[in-house]
Write a protein that binds this ligand. Structure first.
Ligand code: MOS
Length: 701
């Protein structure tokens, strides 16, 4: 059996031995190096820009500015990351916005010449603090199918009539993706066609945008990647650097490589916007929820329309007869935000699940008991039953593994030597998306199976899991399956985002393998041992089947993944830095194809959650209108010393309602609920209720 086998990553050795090739590593004869010059002002007109010295530097081929860059084709909206196309005019709307592109024979020359570009700005008034602009907030359509506001029942009436009421405001910080591999693009034109090696989460989506911007048919553009060194959302949509690389390569008739600097990754491809979220929850004394109101303000920009759907999860989280959510966008002079692991519920459940903990204390009820008291058997937003929901089992098993019953209710009541000890918990929930996918599955006369699909290898395990699915269906060892991926010439698969790859691309692979198996059976194969024989006997080089996954737009069921998170923190009172000593995460995500890669995903997600709870915060200098610390010294992500014991378990149940593979997404799920669980544990340890992430020691003094 291949499905369910905890096999090692098939690409693991390639990665740890440095053989895996990332975009910046690709050798290319005659390649030129491009470096972006970013605006140092958040809002300005470029009165003039002196490129003479830069252009004269030895080895510089050309300096592009808004004065000599050709016009891109018209394009706006997703999958373009921001609507403002680069170097098309003199208006600057965020710090870091490209104002020039220096192309030179060597990277060092280009970097040096970039410093010689001298703009003169006509400065304009700017605002980068969205919290001062709540009175001018806008309602905007959200991505995908969601309405920005939702109303079930009458939260105003239930608020008025309820026995217990809780209203609090919560804040989450601006965060940056900080992928290990900064975004990189290598653009090569040959005979009017563009080949783009690109570190993106979606080669098909990148092709769509690049083709439009370059005024080409999609068939004239090929986007490829072998390995992507993390994406987490920032390599999902297409950003200015990709357009600039393609443009420069066309203009100069030479291959152009553009790799963002670490600092530029803080301004060039979106970030997770800060949020201000107000929760108003009403309940009966016995703990039954009567109303939930979740109102959110999100930071936005003047160059795009991303509004983060933080209230989505609250719509479906608990059984409650009245639930309202709203989302408002406050534009500021910054680049456009973008999804970042975990988007949507990952931000919103921080507020909702701290609020639930507060309510539990208001009611003097165990926080887990309060969740169970309001367990949703159907989706409260539309009354649909869930396709599969083993959250109750997650709570039970999580509580048992963690030792939740050892918890005393009162804050500051648990100690270990000098440490205050706190136990906190929270629920995780993430929408299970489904996206149309294609995959070609073939077998040759040696009995080797080839799976072809355009999906990307961004570190999630798809490279291993997709062959496992084909192997399972065909009844062969996974060693006999090859996968090719990361290429728009292959059958189209979705962007590797929103945790869709295993379920959606995997279902196309499943369908292709099933069809191939039927063809083999029709040709006389009675068992997998006959496959090669059948091919040789029928005199064909290979047998191929086209796998299709075309999910209906609507499901009669509500599709979500779930989890229960339990966290233990320890805090030395004299130096109140919370340390996460243990986390238990138990998940309901349908079938688990590979328990090892799945567990790795959840460990990664839980670690992200520790970052969200305690470390990650892109501070903004509002006087200069720029992110303060564009590096990994000033932007803190968890290291091993920040991560205690992590215990992960899955409550499996094939979810054949969601897709034929039976697997819902897990990637984003791991990073959800953790922030709230840790904040709740900090309250339990210290008695200090923190309503803002990340939690900083001074908040606990
Ligand atoms: Mo993920 S934030 O959907 O790349």
């Amino acid at each position: 059996m291949s499905i369910g086998a905890a096999i090692d990553r098939l690409e693991g050795a390639e990665k740890v031995t440095g053989q895996a090739r990332y975009t910046a590593d690709i050798p290319m004869k005659g390649v030129l190096h491009a470096v972006i010059v970013g605006s140092t002002r958040p809002h300005a007109r470029i009165a003039s820009i002196d490129v003479e010295a830069a252009q004269a530097a030895p080895g510089v081929i050309r300096v592009f500015t808004h004065l000599n860059t050709p016009k891109f084709g018209e394009i706006s909206g997703l999958p373009l990351g921001q609507d403002l196309l680069p170097l098309q005019g003199d208006l600057v709307l965020y710090e870091g916005q490209p104002i020039a592109l220096v192309v030179a024979r060597s990277l060092e020359t280009a970097m040096e010449a970039a410093r010689l570009v001298k703009p003169v700005y006509r400065e304009q008034p700017f605002e980068t603090d969205f919290s001062t602009g709540l009175d001018r907030a806008e309602t905007r359509p959200m991505i995908f199918f969601w309405e920005s506001d939702s109303h079930v029942g009458d939260t105003t009436a239930t608020w008025r009539d309820s026995e217990v009421r809780l209203k609090q405001t919560y804040r989450t910080a601006d965060r940056h993706h900080c992928t290990l591999e900064p975004s990189a693009t290598l653009a090569v034109w040959r005979r009017g066609k563009l080949a783009l090696f690109d570190s993106v989460q979606g080669v098909i989506d990148a092709r769509t945008v690049i083709a439009k911007a370059m005024r080409l048919d999609p068939g004239q553009v090929r986007v490829k990647n072998d390995f992507v060194g993390g994406g987490f959302g920032c390599k999902g949509w297409v950003w200015p650097h990709q357009l600039l690389a393609a443009m420069a390569a066309r203009e100069l008739g030479r291959p152009v490589k553009l790799v963002l600097t670490r600092a530029q990754t803080f301004t060039s491809h979106g970030y997770q916007p800060a949020s201000i979220q107000t929760l108003a929850i009403s309940a009966r004394k016995d703990g039954q929820l009567t109303g939930i109101r979740h109102d959110s303000f999100l930071a936005g920009s003047y160059v795009g329309n991303h509004i983060e759907g933080v209230g989505i999860g609250t719509r479906s989280l608990y059984a409650c007869s009245s639930i309202s959510t709203t989302h408002r966008l406050v534009r500021v002079h910054r680049g456009d935000p973008t999804p970042m692991r975990a988007p949507l519920e990952g931000i919103g459940l921080v507020a909702a699940e701290i609020a639930m903990d507060e309510l539990a204390y208001e009611l003097r009820m165990d926080p887990l008991a309060l969740r169970l008291r309001n367990y949703a058997e159907v989706d409260p937003s539309d009354g649909k039953p869930f396709s599969s929901k083993k959250l109750r089992e997650c709570y039970e098993q999580g509580a048992a593994r963690f030792g939740w019953s050892r918890r005393s209710f009162e804050p500051r009541s648990m100690r270990d030597g000098r440490d205050l000890v706190g136990y906190g918990m929270a629920t995780a929930l993430f929408s299970a998306f489904r996206v149309p996918s294609r995959a070609r599955v073939s077998i040759d006369t040696q009995g080797v199976v080839l799976v072809e699909t355009s999906t990307q290898e961004i570190g999630t395990g798809a490279r291993t899991v997709l062959p496992q699915i084909a192997a399972e269906v065909l009844g062969i060892p996974v060693e006999r399956v090859r996968l090719t991926w990361g290429d728009t010439d292959l059958p189209p698969a979705p962007m590797t985002a929103g945790s869709v790859t295993t379920g959606s691309a995997g279902s196309a692979v499943y369908d292709g393998a099933l069809k191939l198996k039927q063809k083999l059976a029709a040709a006389g194969a009675k068992s997998p041992a006959d496959y090669a024989k059948v091919l040789r006997g029928s005199n064909v080089e290979k047998l191929t089947a086209d796998g299709v996954f075309d999910p209906p737009a609507e499901s009669p069921k509500a599709l979500f993944s779930f989890g229960a998170i339990f966290a233990e923190v320890r805090i030395d009172e004299r130096i109140p830095i919370p340390r996460v000593s243990r986390i238990v995460g138990v998940y309901s995500a349908g079938r688990i194809i590979n328990p090892k890669t799945a567990r790795s995903q959840m460990i990664g997600g839980l670690t992200w959650g520790i970052g969200q709870a305690l470390l990650e915060h892109s501070a903004m200098d509002h006087r200069l209108g720029r992110f303060l610390s564009k590096n990994l010294a000033g932007y803190l992500v968890p290291v091993n010393a920040d991560v205690g014991q992590i215990d992960v378990a899955f409550i499996e149940e094939p979810d054949l309602e969601v897709n034929p593979v039976g697997a819902r997404g897990i990637g984003e799920l791991g990073a959800i609920g953790v922030g709230a669980a840790i904040a709740n544990a900090v309250f339990h340890a210290t008695g200090v209720r923190v309503r803002e992430l990340p939690i900083r020691p001074e908040m606990l003094m």
